[in-house]
Design a protein around this ligand. Structure first.
Ligand code: BGC
Length: 707
């Protein structure tokens, strides 16, 4: 690639560093460039020097754009097509927060694999996924795109996604290059308001928020996207400490860096650059290779080089990385890689893929409450009420290519299975039901209440200050009680909600947005064809005042050791327990699982030894089921304050009815270690406490010493 670089003019090099949408290659700019587009100051020459494309509609569009581009590109350097393939392309998988609830690495990997196969059939080469931002504030709309609040879960599922997309072979058709995002700490926006300020210490970044990005990089992802927010007062997109010290020097990342949408230009709004020329200089000096959707580089880098204000070597290094990526992706050999209209038609949403997303959906739902009403019997008469009673909008945010129209509603699925549905009518509030409707509802044995958030209430720029159930939805549950009927709440939502006003329901099934086969999966779960096995990847607060609330909080100087009778001067609220309503790691099953006999292979461990932790898991019911054993570590004395407990290992185990097994984990120094603010990994000798089990409210405890 170095030879190719030598042949390139400065203008051609700078073009490679710009990413545009396909619109610019298709539109007649003279006529259509108005408003903000005119302000981009682009002309045909600049456009046809771009290096990559953001978002493409179909294989036809990809071929048309690439062909037109190559016909005008002097050196025949193909475009890379990148897009947001977040949880599926046409076959939509559960949203990432739901996938994380499966606590199943294979499920997450398969979702990424199938997304890659489908998306690459439309000529897409790279995806802006995984989103490895750790989240702690359910008001933030982008929780839905995350894997939740645990560094371990975020790291494990980011890894699974990168492996699923790339399969260690970028050249192969059917694989996508992965771009992890948003570096760094975007999940910590203050007040959960999207695009807001972030103020995190380097210590917290290294020990907590970096886990996902680091893991994606260690798994070989080829690109990283910078975040909209600040780090120590400097926007991440131009932050040398992040892009050089951490990324290149400490993590030895050799892939490309890319801005978020317009985020290089937005450093002006952040108040650290006066104009787009300054922004361009700051971006290149920090090590930003590609500018997405804004035009600071294309319009100013040439002047900056010619005026000796920036070093040409910086541009050469960035362009070389971009060219190398194009080579790795096999685009010089086949610029139209993957774009096969016939494959796009036949391969997508095939039965195999739909069955994979159904499996993912059944594993991603979380049973929050059940008084024994679930599973239902097929003879019980059903009424379906609530805003989503007939909804097919189960895909959730970031699923542009997967049409909700292809999805079945719960009502459709129940009827196709000959379930006696005596009433089904969507309504935002009870007042919409007539007396006649209520007479019919009375005939039902069970009221299925389809409640929660509309599909567009989470995702980017969709934060909420109030995360209660919208409108008067809680009154559906009270209504069921007044009719003396059992209420089964089916919740759809893209974040934890405050559910204190629906706890009188007989059952609550958290279904998030489960994708293309959501209704089929929910129906299987309702009737016991599938047994719920999901566990929460984020804590559900009791009230807004508890936010942020997360399981791995640090120790305080005045811990509240007795929630029921707290002392006066301890860390507590006067009007609420500290604990969440539904904790991280929580989720019920139709089976009755019991954990006992937590054993350690030794009470003392040397630094280079390993320790085996085992626990007996027994299914005390006749119902086959799947459970998750979670291992948490407490490090009571370390050189910095450590979380009261931190998830260090987990395993999903299926047991037949009345079956019993021993689940073992081998712990090494790695599991006991944590990061300091310089990024180094350390362990401190002394006592460690293990908390192990399947229910975060009832973990078994044991301890050992590290010598
Ligand atoms: C989002 C990114 C996304 C990009 C491209 C931005 O607004 O923050 O997550 O990858 O757009 O669509």
């Amino acid at each position: 690639m170095k030879e190719l670089l030598k042949k390139m003019t400065l203008k051609e090099k700078i073009g490679q560093m710009m990413q545009l949408s396909p619109f610019f290659f298709i539109a007649d700019l003279e006529k259509e460039a108005a408003g903000p587009i005119r302000e981009l100051d682009l002309n045909q020459e600049k456009i046809f020097s771009a290096g990559s494309i953001l978002g493409v509609g179909s294989s036809e569009e990809m071929v048309a754009v690439q062909k037109k581009y190559l016909s005008k590109n002097r050196l025949g350097i193909p475009l890379i097509f990148m897009a947001d393939i977040i949880h599926g392309y046409k076959t939509i998988f559960p949203v990432p927060l739901a996938l994380a609830s499966s606590w199943n690495r294979e499920v997450v990997k398969t979702a990424a694999r199938i997304s890659a196969i489908e998306a690459s059939s439309s000529g897409i080469h790279m995806t802006f996924s995984p989103m490895a931002d750790l989240v702690r504030d359910p008001r933030w709309g982008r929780c839905v795109e995350s894997f939740g609040e645990s560094p371990l879960l975020v790291a494990e599922f980011s890894k699974a996604m990168v492996e699923g997309y790339q399969q260690n072979d970028l050249k192969k058709t059917g694989n996508l290059g992965s771009c992890v995002k948003h570096f760094a700490g975007y999940g910590a926006v203050e007040g959960g308001r999207d695009y807001n300020t972030v103020d995190l210490s380097l210590q917290t970044l290294h020990s907590t928020h970096f886990a996902g990005y680091r893991s994606a990089i260690e798994s070989g992802c080829v690109a990283i996207m910078t975040a909209f927010n600040l780090f120590e007062g400097v926007p991440c997109t131009i932050n040398k400490d992040l892009l050089q010290k951490v990324l290149r020097d400490q993590w030895h990342f050799s892939g490309i860096t890319i801005s978020d949408y317009d985020s290089l230009h937005e450093v002006i709004s952040h108040g650290v650059a006066e104009n787009s020329k300054d922004a361009a200089a700051m971006g290149i000096e920090a090590g930003l290779d590609i500018e997405m959707a804004s035009t600071c580089y294309i319009n100013h880098l040439e002047t900056l080089v010619n005026n000796h204000q920036i070093d040409l070597n910086l541009i050469d290094e960035a362009v070389l990385r971009i060219l190398e990526l194009k080579k790795q992706l096999g685009l010089f050999e086949n610029p139209y890689k993957g774009a096969i209209p016939s494959a796009e038609q036949t391969m997508v949403r095939c039965p195999e893929f739909l069955s994979a997303t159904k499996k993912a959906a059944t594993e991603s739902a979380v049973l929050l409450q059940n008084d024994g009403t679930l599973p239902l019997s097929t003879s019980q008469k059903i009424a379906i009420l609530g805003p989503y009673a007939a909804s097919t909008k189960t895909n959730g945010p970031w699923s542009w290519h997967g049409y909700n129209d292809n999805n079945a509603s719960l009502n459709d699925v129940l009827l196709s299975r000959k379930i006696p549905v005596v009433f089904s009518k969507p309504a935002d509030s009870l007042e919409e039901y007539t007396d006649h409707d209520i007479d019919r509802i009375r005939q039902a044995d069970i009221l299925l209440l389809a409640l929660g958030e509309p599909e567009n209430w989470s995702g980017e720029a969709h934060s909420r200050a109030d995360i209660s159930l919208p409108g008067k939805q809680a009154s559906f549950v009270e209504f069921a009680a007044t009719l003396n009927k059992k209420a089964v709440v089916l919740l759809q939502n893209g974040r934890p909600l405050i559910l204190d006003n629906i706890l009188c329901a007989s059952a609550i099934l958290e279904t998030w947005f489960l994708g293309s086969m959501a209704s089929e999966a929910i129906c299987d779960l309702l009737y016991g064809i599938a047994n719920p096995s999901g566990k929460l990847p984020m804590s559900f607060p009791r009230s807004h005042g508890q936010i942020p609330i997360y399981y791995n909080a640090l120790q305080t100087g005045r811990p509240n050791t007795n929630e029921t009778h707290p002392q006066e001067y301890v860390s507590k609220y006067l009007d609420s327990p500290n604990s969440p309503l539904f904790p991280f790691g929580y989720g019920l099953s139709y089976s009755t699982f019991h954990c006992s006999n937590l054993c350690l292979s030794a009470k003392r461990m040397k630094e280079n030894d390993s320790l085996v932790v085992s626990i007996t898991l027994e299914n005390q019911s006749p119902i086959d089921g799947t459970d998750v054993i979670q291992v948490y570590l407490g490090d009571p004395v370390a050189r910095i304050s450590r979380p009261v407990r931190e998830l260090i290992a987990f395993r999903k185990i299926s047991l037949k009815g009345n079956e019993k097994t021993t689940v073992s984990f081998e712990l090494t120094k790695k599991e006991l270690s944590y990061r300091l603010k310089d990024g180094s990994l350390v362990t401190d000798p002394g006592k460690f406490i293990l908390y192990v089990g399947d229910d975060p409210n009832q973990l078994l405890q044991n301890d050992f010493f590290l010598e």
